[in-house]
Design a protein. Sequence first.
Length: 92
Amino acid sequence: MVALAQPIPQEVAVAEAVRSLPLPKGVRLKTISFDEDHSGDPAVYVIFAVSKQYGLGPARIRSLTALRESVLRAFDGLGLDQLCYVRFVDVK
């Protein structure tokens, strides 16, 4: 019998930490993935989809930067060994 894939505790902890953060208008969490970075080290990629509807002025840049910093602080609080990368992509 094939066992169902169960998320490991660190994946659950990262997902809960990221999902608990307030998001700016027009931003949604797209994916959280665990992989290796360009140097082969373990990494977590948190990707947010950002709507162009709200523009990309200075205030918007500040709100996205604050979100990125919040994700990194939450990740640091978990005490994991992986690096965390936060990316923003267009809503599609």
